[in-house]
Each structure stands twice: as C-alpha cells, then as structure tokens.
Design a protein around this ligand. Sequence first.
Ligand code: ZN
Length: 350
Amino acid sequence: MHQQSPSHPERRERLSYTLDQLREEGIFDLPQIRLLSPRPAIRDDVLLVHTREYLQFLEETSITGGTIDADTYVPKDLIRDALLAAGGAITGADAVINQEVKNCFVLARPPGHHAGRSHGAGFCYLNNVAIMVRHLQRRGMRRIFILDWDAHHGNGTEEIFYDDPSVLFCSVHQYPFYPGSGRIEDIGIGDGKGYNVNLPIPAGSSDKEYRFLLEEVILPLAEEYMPDAIAISAGQDNHFTDPLTGLALTARGYAGLMQEMCILADSICYGRIIAVLEGGYSVEGGLPYTNLGLIAAMAGLDISAIREPEIYQETLHSVASADAFPKVIRMVSDLKKILADNWYFIRRYD
Ligand SMILES: [Zn+2]
C-alpha cells in the first residue's frame, strides 16, 4: 500500500503489475513455488541496523507525514509499510534457514539500499537487506555475501557493513550516477578492508558487460569468501526500458545472472539465496518481465524463452553502447590492482 504520490516512480503499480504478470504466466500454480506471507519486523529487528533516534524519527513522522529528501517523502503510516517490507525479508530468510524453501525472492516495497544507519534517502527508509543479513547472523550464519546489482550504488548498505568482514558487500552500478558514491578505491576500513567491492560501470552496459563482471569478479570473489548464505539486492532498474537509468540489461540477461548465482549458491552454501527487491521503475515495460525471469531462474525453470515483447527491441539498440565493454575491462583491471593484497584469486592470475 506504500505510496509517496501516485506519479512517483516508486509507486504501487511496480508490484501490482508484476503480480499480474506472474499470475498470467501461471507461476503461482507451479508445485515448486510457494507464496509466503510476511510478518512485520519489530523494533529489535530494526535496531540490529538502524539507530534508535532514526527509528523514532520515522515513527513520529509517520503520524504527521514529512520529508527526508527531495525524492523521499514520509507519507502517513510509512512505518507500518516499512516494517512489513523489512519483516518480509526476515520471513524469507527464516523460510530459507528452516529449509521450508531453498531460496526466496522478497517482492517488497519500499526499497532499502540507500538507507544508512541513521538516515533514509533515495526512496529508501529502512535497509531491508541489511536488517535481513543481521537477522541471518543472529540465527547463526557467520559470513554473508551481498550482491547489489541495482543500477544505483548501494551506499546505505556499504556504510552499514564498511568495517565488517563478516559481510562481503559487492555493488555493480552505473557510474557516475546517483548517489555519487561507489568508487573502486572504496574497499572497506579496519577489519573490513577488502570486504567492500565496487564495480562502477558506464551507461550503455548490457548483458555482455554483466556476464564479464560475473565471471571475472563476482563468482571467484564469492567462491573464495565461502559465505553461509547469499543476499541479493535485486534492483531491476538496469533494464534497458528503465526511465531513470541508462543501463541496457535484458530480462534474459537478468535471468541468466540469477541462474549463475543459483549454481554458485548450490556449490558453496546449500543453494541459500535471499533476493530482496530494490529499484526498477519500468513499471509497464521491463519490470514485470525481469521479475518473472528472476523467479523462473530461482525455481530452476527453463529461462531460454524469457524475453520482452518485440516492440521494445528498438529501445535496446538505442540504449546499449559498444563503448562500454573496453571501459569495463579497464575498470576490472584497475580494481584487481587495488584488491590484489586482499584476494588470492586475483594474485593467482598475475
Ligand atoms: Zn536503483
């Protein structure tokens, strides 16, 4: 029910159109799909990540309504919806730990990855994925790998885990772009040094560049880290029809990424993946197809036929750029020099 205004990009139709698409495709009729109902997060869950003062600010502002930044209003009753989104992520994590399901996709709004310990930003209030990760750790999981593939840098999540080696945070994002952070030089601090990995990529990057990053950095990084579970901040605003960003991933590209992450999770952490929805604003365009593709991949279905309607193909050609690939190769080479002391898989190939 969360709504800042009917015309805000982060609006109700983001999920209602996705759910219509999933019903139309018969996803909920499949025997391997289970629909879980979220429980709201409680204050103790939120305080695993956020400060008491910030939670109190959200609670009080939810009575009167208010503003966090130019894009992020606090509508009345915000805290009710924000607690349900964070609690949805916890519900998903519990179902995975309890082996009720192998993996889980938390289709929740509002998103969370721009929210830091003591502030909201960029449509985000509570950091759902961070709260879920701390909950996993409270339940005995020691190391968690977070892959944030939202088009925007996951600056809130980075801040929360920046000095913490028990969480490996890896963000792929358009750069330069909102929120401005996410440089390759920002690798963590103190004990957390080397456990924050930013992969900034230029506008126009498409399936090919993401596949390259997966093979060159993300998979070997996760294999060396050996996490107990994988969390994915799954923003679908990299899709080539997204109105807010300039990336060019396709629905098939997204499904392929998820399929590779599932194969990885099978080999290192009993298949445990909890994906949590972040951005994705192509409400009537790519978003329902990308969410469908991700769920199909997580359920082990054949993803070879996942594709957008034909009418979008022209947009793809105008957004994807041939200049992106050499820039991404250079970025990865620079990043490996910076991280060579921290990761064996990088030194091994020197
Ligand atoms: Zn985003």
